[in-house]
Ligand binder design. Sequence first.
Ligand SMILES: Nc1ncnc2c1ncn2[C@@H]1O[C@H](COP(=O)(O)OP(=O)(O)OP(=O)(O)O)[C@@H](O)[C@H]1O
Length: 267
Amino acid sequence: MGIAMLGDTLTQAGTVAVQLNGVGVQFVTDRGTVTALQDINLTVRKGGFVTLLGPSGCGKSTLLRVVADIIKPTSGTASVFDKSASEARLNRDIGFVFQDAALLPWRSVLDNVMLPLEVGGGIPKNRAGDPRELLRLVGLEGWENALPHELSGGMRQRVSIARALISEPRLLLMDEPFGALDEITRDRLNEELLRIWERTGTTILFVTHSLYEAAFLGQDVLLLAARPGRVREKVAVELPMPRKLAMRDTPTFTDTIARLRNILETC
Ligand SMILES: Nc1ncnc2c1ncn2[C@@H]1O[C@H](COP(=O)(O)OP(=O)(O)OP(=O)(O)O)[C@@H](O)[C@H]1O
């Protein structure tokens, strides 16, 4: 399973991708102090696929941003592969995919994928993936020279996934990457993402609003409650990998959805 939490048996050293200990985040605004996260304890094992689910404003994006070292926690510690989150970021251990693909409109698909090789001091040659191979992996072979405006929303998101994988990150953080897509495209990309995850062996932490997506993708679903954002419960999804969309018709899947829905009602 992807997650261990306090109370589980101790996790062996060297097997942990993400470790949050007592993480709290407060934002000071004109309207007062907002506690976005409170006392978050979480362990994600290497190679795991964990989905984060919870009501709007419960701190899902904030949690991802702490792990990515975009936000410093107000209290507690975040480590990634036994390093501080900022060391992991500098070491290019982390890839990030957002809801908006945010491609540069004047650059070709191939040049967008290669962008991380050029910015922020670049990536050591031995750590850079082959951009053409990555485009094949995300199903965009033959589109290397196209410009972003020639692509559909789903294709643009595939480009952003290939771009996030160019540094061969050991951890991929995904913040509602398919939230703006139609259901059929989303289903297809869900299956493809699982294939990419299995092929690359990367650890994935994935934020979604969709119960179905959370249960289909995650080995574990972590539910957060709001105001203040805190861990409500971890639910293990007892479906084997590789998963197929047809598994969503099984009693195991339906039961998992019912359980998630019940918990969400109290978040
Ligand atoms: N930079 C910021 N400044 C002030 N408050 C913030 C900031 N970022 C987030 N917040 C607040 O922190 C809380 C958690 O926000 P966050 O975006 O992490 O939630 P979320 O679960 O990802 O929400 P959603 O599902 O709607 O995307 C919210 O109350 C939000 O208003």
